[in-house]
Every structure is written in structure tokens, then in C-alpha cells.
Design a protein around this ligand. Structure first.
Ligand code: F6R
Length: 637
């Protein structure tokens, strides 16, 4: 394949990048980006081979570099790239940590790279989480010295934590720091919690290569994917150098490139507000984005914006193209006004020319795809309720069992009830015993997992019955990719796609609702959406698909930006309460769920806050004052 080279260019030299202090390249997706990075590493290894030299690589773990390693393995297997001259130094390891634990970075590196290439095991260096506390200080000094003896790192691969850490150099790290034992930041532990099945299992300490060593690498590439890295990347790339954001030290390195995907780059000035850095081509999306930004900046509603507001804030050429603020404002106001509808399935017998949905057929068949058993009510409970009340044939397809998100004590409660009813049940005895054994890998026990999945299934039925959907319209797909028993899932497979295809083909829906939450590129929601997209590709030539519209809601964590919203469904205060009640049926997910993230609000609070916030934003733009709004974006296939 013809892969273009990632060229290093000093940041800030061009008009567009004048806010930036670190060179970065933005790719439309992380797979394509990773292939480029792997290619650069492969080229370096080959160049060193020609010079009869060793190639000294600094390597990272975490979710960001996985695809780079996968591609390196492919290049090794298919193109014969040899790693015989490669010496590696990993950035970090949890401390303490057993080598053969699935949580160790030792395990990670072997699983993703070393077991599949011809590297000499003697050339692999990973900080050891098993060194005694007494020996640790000297061990760290020796690790740094060994890198020096090899002449330093030729190449360093990095990820970035939400704290701005590189390696595990957390805020407060010195720019000349060496390899050492450090205490992990709380945010870092929160981010690691899902794969450890709870924050209490995440080690508090780690060994990390220091900033000083990283900065001496001859070439550095940092990878960052996904919305949740966008804020720290803006600070790192555009902010001042500070120990509060250790990655900013990379501004002083003269051969560093950040490789980003679109989500990760979205807060950079040139992406978020491109009109502030260069003349723009004003398509409809950019125009909406800019006008809404202008309203927030000036604290004005749309119809109050003036020519001066546009001219003073980088939008003079938009004004020149469109004529006047008056015209621009009216057009924008109408556009947003037309996203609002109390009839998400279309309003029967009404003129639908400026409504988000078609009036016909007046009774639609609808599938709500829900990645986990509660996303339907959390993300679109109000719309769900209206669809049922307005007489549409609503089906819900739960894509995964969601079993790993049920805690052991919750499962124990149900198991003991079964035991109370049926004291002779030996199967339930075994489950109770397994749960009580408190072994961390209890999730791997298939019967415990099944019980947990069933708990979630019954909770879903309670919620859907409450909203008035007959049981026959509820479909539990139990997609196989999810059933690993751990946070790490299998990649999407044909069998997953077949299951989704079958249900769409059976129901022949006029509307599909799906979770368009792409915040976590490796997350379940993304895989579930990929399964639907793959199915749509397969089915799109069927006649009934011409009549099928796909609407995306976002997951529990985020909402669409206002300019992205194409359908906004208002909720009255009573409907908000009804939605809350529907969420309450998911009892196993209440009171501190297992995969909380760093947002400690319960799901129903988060959902309400988000729907109130969308309504507040609409009102601030000059639209009607609703209690709450749910938002959707159309997906065209
Ligand atoms: C891993 C490491 C960390 C990660 C960072 C991002 O060896 O040193 O700095 O690169 O925490 O992690 P992911 O890639 O999982 O988002």
C-alpha cells in the first residue's frame, strides 16, 4: 500500500497553526493513523539494519498504540520485517505487579507485540513490578543508565493520559526527571478502573521512565484518539509549558509529532473555531457551528446578533457572502426551530416539509437499538415514550447482555433469593460459592455471568413494560463480541453482524434509533454502531430500506453539539419524571455503578442534567423554553 510519510514540521509557522506549539497531524480515523506510525517505525528499523546498527525503541502500552502494534506484527508476518536488531524499553509498569497478571504491561506487550515477532527476548526491557521496595531506587537508576548505554532512544512512542501524563509522569513531574517510582493520579486510576473491574483494584503506584529520558529520544510520536483526550490536547499543544501538564514539556523537543484523530483534535483552535485562524469555506455545518459559537461568546440569542458581532469575531467573510446579519440570523433561527418536534415518528396528516420526520406512514415500525440494557431509557427515554404513545410499533433490540456491569454483591442478592426458594438447587450453590470466593476473575465464571446477564434482562423488561411495549417486541441479541467476561472485548465478527442484520430484515423498520456515541474508540457503543452500519450496508438494496431513516442518540456521557442536532424532542416536567422512573428499573446500575468513570452522578441525574442543558441552550439561542430536550442526529447510509 502506498503510505505517505509523516513529515515533521515545526509548529506555529503557518497562519493556521499559529496557536500551536507542537507539530500535529490529524487523521480521519485512528486505524489509518496507526498504519502510518507503524510504517515510520518499520522504516526506522530497516534504515538501522542497513547501517548495521541496533534500533532502540521506547514503547508505550494502553489503548492508543494497540493498532500500531497490530500493524507492526502484520508487516513482520507479511512483509518479512525483522526485529532482530531491535531493542525496546517500555515506559512504565504498575507497582507492585506480577509479571503474569493480565493487568501487567509485561503481559500487554507480549500479547500485542513480542509474542508475534522475532525480537530477541534479551532485548526486551520493561520496568519490573516485582522488584522489592528496598531495591527499587537502584533498579530505577539502572533502568535509566541502560538506556543511556545504548546511546538513548532512537524513537519514543507515547500516549497521553487525561492528566497530561506521558509515561506515568503525572502532574508535578520535573522536566529532567529520571526513571522512578511514582504515585498515580486519581484520574489515571479512574481511567484504569474498568479494566481492573473497579478502582479499588487499580495499583496506587507505578514505575515510570522520566521526562528527561523521554525528551532525549531522537524522534517522538504521541498518539491520541477520542473526545476524552481533546481538552488535555488543547492544553498540551496550545498552552504554556507547565509541570501541571507534563506533556507540555514536549514543546521543547524539536522532533515531536502528535498523531490525532478528528475527535481528539476537536478542541484545537484551528478545528474548533477555524474562522479565527484563516478564511473559511462556509458550508452549512460550519455556518451553524460558528453562529452558535458567536451566540455563546456574545451571550446573545440568534436574532440579536449584529453585523458588528460577526465582523469582530472572524466571521466577516461569512457576512460578506450572505449579505447581512439579519438574513443569516433568520435562516439560522428557522433551521434550529425546525429541529424541534413532539412527534419523533412524524406528525400524521401534517405538512412535513420543515419537520425532521416524515408524516407517512403514520404508524411506523421502529427499532431502538440499545448497546447495553439501559441505554434506551437513559439516552432517549422521553422519545421512546412518545413513540409508544403515538401508536408506533416500537421494538427494542438490546445488543449486549451488559453482564459485566453487575456487581458481585448484586448478583449474590439474587442468587440467595433463588436459594431461599429452592434450597436444594446445587447450581445456585455453586454460583454463590464462586461469588463468595472473591477471586477477581469471578467474571470469567460462565454461570455467574449468565446470572448477571439475566438480572439485567429482567430489569429491561420492567422498564419496557412500564413504557407500554409488549414483551414480544423486546429482543435480546447477546452479541458474541461482548461475551469475554472482561472489559476487553473481541473485535466485531460476522456472527455479530448477522444477528443485527437478521433483526432489521425481520422487522423492516421505518426508523432505527442507535447509539452514536463515539467518545471511546474501543468501547462497546462504537462496536455496536459498527455492527448496525455493517448490517445497513448489507441490507441497503432492499426496497424497504429506502423507507428507513436512522437516528443517532448519543450515549450516557455526552450530547450532540447544538449545530449537529437534527431532531430535538421536548419533554414536559412530567415526562422527565416518567423517564426517571424508567431508568430506576435498572436497579443494578444504581448507587455507584461498576463503570462509573470520573462522573459520580447516577445515570438518571446525568440524563436529566443533559436534557435540561440542551433545553437551556436552545432557550439561550432564542427558542422556546422547554423543560428538557432529547437530541438526535440523522445517519445517512
Ligand atoms: C502507557 C503509558 C500511559 C498511556 C496513557 C494513555 O505505557 O505510559 O502514559 O499512554 O495513559 O493511555 P490510553 O492509550 O489507554 O488512553
Amino acid at each position: 500500500m502506498g503510505v505517505k510519510k509523516i513529515k515533521y514540521r515545526p509548529a506555529g509557522q503557518f497562519e493556521e497553526t499559529r496557536f500551536e506549539k507542537i507539530h500535529n497531524v490529524i487523521f480521519s480515523n485512528s486505524n489509518e493513523a496507526s498504519i502510518h506510525v507503524a510504517q515510520e517505525i518499520a522504516e526506522l528499523i530497516k534504515t538501522k539494519q542497513k547501517q548495521n546498527k541496533k534500533c532502540i525503541l521506547g514503547l508505550a502500552t494502553g489503548s492508543s498504540p494497540i493498532k500500531v502494534y497490530e500493524e507492526l506484527v502484520r508487516i513482520h508476518k507479511e512483509e518479512g520485517l525483522s526485529f532482530s536488531n531491535v531493542v525496546t524499553f517500555n515506559l512504565d509498569e504498575y507497582y507492585p505487579m506480577e509479571i503474569n497478571s493480565t493487568h501487567s504491561y509485561y503481559y500487554f506487550m507480549h500479547e500485542h507485540l513480542f509474542n508475534h515477532i522475532n525480537i530477541d527476548p534479551k532485548n526486551i526491557n520493561i520496568p519490573s513490578g516485582t522488584v522489592s521496595l528496598k531495591e527499587l531506587h537502584q533498579y530505577c537508576i539502572d533502568y535509566g543508565l541502560k538506556i543511556k548505554e545504548y546511546g538513548g532512544l532512537d524513537f519514543q512512542l507515547l500516549g497521553i493520559g487525561r492528566t497530561g501524563h506521558i509515561g506515568f509522569n503525572e502532574p508535578g513531574s520535573h522536566s529532567n526527571s529520571g526513571t522512578r517510582n511514582i504515585t498515580l493520579d486519581h484520574i489515571t486510576r479512574v481511567d484504569a478502573a474498568p479494566s481492573f473491574l473497579g478502582i479499588n483494584n487499580v495499583p496506587k503506584k507505578a514505575i515510570t521512565m522520566g521526562i528527561g529520558t523521554v525528551k532525549k529520544a531522537k524522534r517522538i510520536i504521541l498518539l491520541a484518539w477520542g473526545d476524552n483526550k481533546a481538552s488535555i490536547l488543547k492544553k498540551t499543544i496550545e498552552g504554556e509549558i507547565t509541570s501541571e501538564v507534563p506533556a507540555t514539556y514536549l514543546q521543547e523537543h524539536n522532533n515531536t509529532t502528535f498523531i490525532l484523530n478528528e475527535e481528539a483534535s476537536q478542541k484545537l483552535t484551528r478545528i474548533k473555531t477555524p474562522w479565527l485562524v484563516r478564511p473559511c469555506i462556509w458550508d452549512k455545518e460550519l455556518t451553524s457551528k460558528a453562529i452558535i459559537w458567536l451566540c455563546v461568546l456574545t451571550k446573545k440569542s440568534i436574532l440579536k446578533l449584529t453585523d458588528k458581532d460577526y465582523n469582530n469575531n472572524g466571521m466577516s467573510n461569512l457576512l460578506a457572502e450572505e449579505g447581512s446579519a439579519y438574513d443569516l440570523n433568520i435562516e439560522m433561527f428557522n433551521k434550529i426551530q425546525h429541529t424541534i418536534t413532539g412527534w419523533p415518528g412524524g406528525k400524521p396528516n401534517a405538512d412535513d416539509s420543515s419537520r425532521p420526520e416524515r408524516a407517512t406512514p403514520s404508524k411506523k415500525r421502529v427499532i431502538i437499538f440499545s448497546p447495553h440494557p439501559d441505554d434506551d431509557v437513559i439516552s432517549m427515554g422521553g422519545t421512546f415514550d412518545r413513540l409508544v404513545e403515538q401508536g408506533h410499533e416500537v421494538h427494542v433490540a438490546y445488543q449486549t447482555s451488559g453482564n459485566i456491569a453487575v456487581s458481585n454483591h448484586e448478583a449474590l442478592k439474587y442468587a440467595e433469593v433463588i436459594k431461599d426458594i429452592d434450597p436444594k438447587n446445587t447450581k445456585i450453590d455453586a454460583i454463590i460459592q464462586k461469588i463468595n470466593s472473591e477471586v477477581i476473575d469471578v467474571e470469567n465464571n460462565i454461570d455467574v455471568r449468565r446470572l448477571k446477564g439475566l438480572i439485567r434482562k429482567r430489569e429491561s423488561f420492567s422498564a419496557t413494560r412500564f413504557l407500554g411495549v409488549p414483551d414480544k417486541n423486546i429482543h435480546f441479541l447477546n452479541l458474541p463480541f461482548y461475551e469475554t467476561g472482561t472489559v476487553k472485548k473481541k473485535p466485531l465478527g460476522q456472527e455479530d453482524v448477522d444477528i443485527v442484520t437478521k433483526i432489521i430484515d425481520k422487522i423492516k423498520p421505518h426508523q432505527i434509533y442507535a447509539a452514536g456515541d463515539l467518545a471511546d474508540p474501543h468501547g462497546t457503543h462504537k462496536v455496536c454502531l459498527d455492527a448496525i452500519i455493517a448490517s445497513l450496508e448489507i441490507l441497503k438494496h432492499n426496497d424497504y430500506m429506502n423507507d428507513c431513516w436512522v437516528w443517532l442518540y448519543r450515549g450516557a456521557w455526552h450530547e450532540w453539539d447544538i449545530h449537529q442536532i437534527e431532531m430535538a424532542v421536548p419533554m414536559s416536567p412530567d415526562q422527565v419524571l416518567k423517564k426517571r422512573k424508567a431508568i430506576f428499573f435498572h436497579e443494578s446500575q444504581k448507587d455507584g455503578v461498576m463503570f462509573q468513570g470520573d462522573d459520580t452522578r447516577e445515570f438518571w441525574v446525568r440524563a436529566e442534567d443533559r436534557n435540561y442543558e440542551t433545553a437551556r441552550k436552545y432557550h439561550a439561542l432564542g427558542l422556546a423554553d422547554y423543560a428538557a430536550l432529547e437530541a438526535f442526529k440523522r445517519y445517512h447510509f
